[in-house]
Design a protein around this ligand. Structure first.
Ligand code: G4P
Length: 527
């Protein structure tokens, strides 16, 4: 029998962040393969391909069954239980991606060695920075002619403002890629892509830079490597666990995901370096994961397979204690107690029990719209976890009804979809307009489709002259003055909170300068 503490301390909960095409899906697949969670290479990529082959949202809808279960992938590795949370990328990009990052304890950042730091990575890293999430970096595609490793590390340090501590160092690249040197273990893993990709392309591992076998295998490249390593050791940061855990330094690994090379070192690092489930802040106190009593918060709501029944799955991150099927828990916001009998847990295949979860794990709770984003569940205590943000949207559209008689349904539908986090809703003070905000444009297609399908409302969206939004906090007096000067720019969001809808960056800047006592905020806490 393991104790509660042992079970919790063997959890590692992380997400992979990357710009599209850097290799997140490929890496996920290799990680799952190491964990025995998939038998055949290609399963994850095939799923991605089928998702991408269809532009029709209805098809995506049909596949939601799959996406619910692939949102959290749990598998055992060594003596740990790994929870890998999927952050949808690409055109699926939405606020879910951001919020998923509030439910992890660390992240793996994948960088394409040819392209370096890309735009989406910068954005995602900004989100990680809100909570100082520890980051491990995997520089991928070393089998291609990419940029020099020194160049890549410099770029990460400059652009992402995070120190790099190389743990492995590549030997050559592209056609001349021969493997990696492990700076901590003093081992060299040789790369041979003619090996079957599923087993990985590591042909041999040898110990020690002064090993004569190194000269046998690398010839004159061996001395180059020795020199490189000396330089790297002298010029770069060495691994500092505290700096990593506080999000200031990222250990860096080099490899090739598609060739399953360097992936095991990365997974070992997740086990050896990454944090166990972390304490979480509530409005009143810190919650330690090892507390006996169960607690958790909802970071994502996903409409389920049958939208007609308004079935939803609430994804809850367990923050403390142990969850057990049938357990009675308190939904803090409404004060109700409910027995959770039908929770989905995401146990790996080879475990027989599927009805318990520990701090660090994720459970899915089916419901009919009664559970909201950001809600806290406990075994009785009145806690509210903080730090589940709404982000200022970057795209805005105005909802136009084809049939004006359906206004009530439209309002209800948009309100509910906003509560679920599918979109954000804004109402300018001076008009009856319903403005939708999103951080990714696919969100609009999803909302239009779901309005039709679930609420029988035919709505179209058209562009509107809003550039960005800010949540505002100020005295009523200041708000009145702001409204007098900018009547067209003030309004409320779906939760009734005050917002400033800026027509341009300049407009926002002017308003901020004129009203120094008004706080304009880019994020809002969801409760
Ligand atoms: P994503 O989830 O981050 O969007 O990336 P994904 O894994 O789908 O990988 C994007 C492309 O990069 C894929 O090629 C994939 O095979 C390739 N790739 C991933 N890792 C490596 C690597 O280590 N080396 C090289 N050379 N390529 C890699 P694709 O052409 O889009 O798909 P496919 O034809 O390979 O299926």
């Amino acid at each position: 029998m393991t104790t509660l503490r042992e079970e919790i301390d063997r959890r590692r909960t992380f997400a992979i962040i990357s710009h599209p095409d850097a290799g997140k899906t490929t890496l996920t697949e290799k990680l799952l393969w190491f964990g025995g969670a998939i038998q055949v290479a290609g399963e994850v990529r095939a799923r991605k391909a089928s998702r991408h082959a269809t532009s029709d949202w209805m098809e995506l809808e049909k596949q939601r069954g799959i996406s619910v279960t692939s949102s959290v992938m749990q598998f055992p590795y060594r003596d740990c239980m790994i929870n890998l949370l999927d952050t949808p990328g690409h055109e699926d990009f939405s606020e879910d991606t951001y919020r998923t990052l509030t439910a992890v304890d660390s992240a793996v950042m994948v960088i394409d060695s040819v392209k370096g730091v890309e735009e989406r990575t910068i954005k995602l890293l900004d989100v990680c920075r809100l909570r100082d999430t520890p980051i491990l970096t995997f520089i991928n595609k070393l089998d291609r002619e990419g940029r020099s490793p020194v160049d890549l590390l410099d770029e990460i340090e400059d652009v992402l403002k995070i120190q790099c501590a190389p743990i492995t160092w590549p030997i050559g690249m592209g056609k001349g890629f021969r493997g990696v040197y492990h700076l901590v273990e003093d081992t060299i893993a040789f790369f041979d892509p003619t090996q079957p990709s599923e087993k990985g392309a590591t042909s041999e591992v040898i110990q020690g830079l002064d090993n004569p076998r190194l000269d046998e295998l690398l010839g004159s490249q061996a001395d180059e490597l020795r020199l490189d390593v000396e330089l790297v050791r002298g010029a770069s940061h060495s691994f500092d666990r505290d700096a990593y855990l506080s999000g200031k330094q990222c250990p860096v690994f080099f490899g090739s995901a598609v060739n399953n090379f360097g992936v095991r070192s990365l997974l070992d690092a997740v086990v050896d370096m990454s944090p166990t489930p972390l304490a979480r802040a509530t409005e009143t106190r810190q919650v330690d994961p090892h507390e006996e009593k169960f607690s958790g918060f909802v970071f994502k709501i996903q409409a389920n397979m049958d939208p007609k029944h308004r079935d939803r799955i609430a994804f809850l991150r367990v923050c403390s204690g142990r969850f057990e099927r049938g357990m009675k828990v308190k939904q803090v916001a409404g004060g109700k107690t409910l027995a959770i009998n039908n929770a989905i847990t995401f146990m790996a295949r080879d475990r027989s029990t599927t009805d318990e979860a520990y701090a660090g794990d994720i459970i899915g709770i089916p419901n009919h719209g009664t559970i909201r984003l950001g809600e806290t569940f406990t075994e009785g205590e009145n806690l509210r976890f903080t730090g589940i943000p709404s982000f200022a949207p970057e795209f805005f559209q105005r909802a136009i009804l084809r049939n004006p008689l359906k206004m009530k349904q439209l309002q209800k539908g948009l309100q509910q979809l906003a509560e679920e986090g599918a979109t954000q809703l804004f109402r300018p003070s001076v008009s009856n307009e319903l403005i939708l905000g999103a951080v990714g444009t696919l969100q609009f297609d999803v909302v239009a489709y779901r309005l039709k399908d679930e609420y029988d409302v035919d709505a179209v969206f058209e562009s509107c002259p809003i550039n960005t939004a800010r949540w505002i906090k100020c005295s009523d007096e200041d708000f009145r003055k702001l409204s007098d000067l900018y009547p067209n720019n003030v309004g409320t969001d779906g939760a009734g909170d005050r917002v400033y809808l800026a027509s341009s960056r300049v407009n926002l800047q002017l308003a901020q300068e004129r009203f120094p006592n008004v706080q304009f905020s880019e994020t809002r806490e969801v409760h």
